[in-house]
Design a protein around this ligand. Structure first.
Ligand code: ADP
Length: 183
């Protein structure tokens, strides 16, 4: 688990914490725990979960590279609105392409975009399989599944990297809080 780069930013004034990683890496779990810890401290916080967005705003999109790009674009735009409203917006989204995450950073604004690589070995994610998706993908029931039949490009230079196989949820969330330097 490592933390890189930290300016003297005021993330509490609104920012986007963008959690990227394989299915089962721990994005949703970390997002919910982070939301709880921030709200316990009286911060304004909101979670945009990729699965929920897929069932609503993005329900017309597929999992092709173009579909994923548009998915990331819409969620970036929404997260930017939250950040502009002074909210810490936590995005939990596989977002497998570096180029798309770079676009998200541009849309949100570099100074308030915190890319968090939620990293666990592929084998661990497949073994966890919290939603049974790996089993379905292996059985050929899901196409374009990240890590099996679609690529995942690890972040080149994330602000924070979490090794969820080596550190528990509290430790991972603590690392993000440390980076955000919230009071
Ligand atoms: P994702 O949202 O990335 O698809 P989930 O959060 O739904 O992943 O599932 C991750 C699974 O891994 C959960 O069952 C969670 O309890 C487990 N897990 C074990 N260690 C960690 C950790 N350090 N951080 C997050 N999740 C963890």
């Amino acid at each position: 688990m490592k933390v890189t780069q930290q300016g003297s930013r005021n993330f509490e004034a609104g920012c986007v914490v963008w959690l990227t990683g394989l299915s089962g890496a721990g994005k949703s779990t970390v997002a919910q725990e982070l939301r709880q810890r921030l709200s316990d401290r009286g911060k304004s916080v909101f979670v945009l979960d990729g699965d929920i967005m897929r069932s609503g705003l993005c329900s017309d999109l597929d999992f092709s590279p173009a579909g994923r790009k548009e998915n990331v674009r819409r969620i970036s735009e929404v997260s930017r609105l939250f950040a502009e409203a002074g909210i810490i917006c936590i995005v939990a989204l596989i977002s497998p392409y570096q180029e798309d995450r770079n676009s998200a950073r541009r849309i949100v604004g570099t100074g308030r975009f915190v890319e968090v690589y939620v990293n666990a070995p592929f084998e661990v994610c497949e073994h966890r399989d919290p939603k049974g998706l790996y089993a379905k993908a292996r059985a050929g029931q899901i196409k374009d599944f990240t890590g099996i039949s679609a690529p995942y490009e690890p972040p080149v230079k994330p602000e924070v990297e979490l090794l969820t196989n080596e550190s528990d949820v509290n430790g991972c969330v603590g690392k993000i809080l440390e980076y955000l330097a919230v009071s």
